[in-house]
Design a protein around this ligand. Structure first.
Ligand code: CMP
Length: 139
């Protein structure tokens, strides 16, 4: 089924002018960008977005990294969008990411790993609603 997922192009990628490069790989994977905006997250936004990770040892570093520069938040639409996006992103740690994936191609480290993507349809809906109003999404 055609579904939606949520994506973030992270500060390491925007800093290296890779918004287009990442987006091209998403599009070539069969995903369509149906909403997109470049924002600089506040600490409160980053902490709220990653609240599920707040007990993890890397939480404070993760938040600091995500507010270290602009990001591009996107809604992606396509056939099985969540799994398709996870495939093209590759493993969280770029050392484990397959050839041809976004993280293998662009990521610098497990933290500066260039992209975030929702891990389930349920989380996709929550994450999309965190950053976008329904009328900002144009399918
Ligand atoms: P993301 O999909 O954005 O969700 C949480 C992020 O935490 C993850 O991608 C990683 O970039 C980041 N992170 C940093 N350190 C770790 C770690 N040790 N294990 C898992 N995720 C980590």
């Amino acid at each position: 089924a055609v579904t939606r997922t949520f994506s973030i192009i992270k500060p390491d990628a925007t800093r290296r002018n890779l918004t287009g490069g990442v987006t091209k790989m998403l599009e070539e994977a069969g995903l369509r960008v149906v909403a997109s905006k470049r924002i600089h997250m506040t600490r409160e936004q980053a902490e709220g977005f990653y609240a599920v990770h707040k007990e993890r040892p890397f939480f404070q570093d993760l938040v600091a990294f995500m507010i270290s520069g602009p990001v591009v938040v996107q809604v992606l639409e396509g056939e099985d969008a969540v799994s398709r996006n996870r495939e093209v992103m590759g493993a969280t740690n770029p050392e484990n990411a397959a050839e041809g994936t976004i993280r293998k191609t662009y990521a610098e480290s497990i933290e500066a790993n260039s992209v975030h993507g929702s891990d389930s349809e349920e989380n996709a809906a929550t994450e999309i609603a965190f950053f976008f109003k329904p009328e900002e999404i144009v399918g």
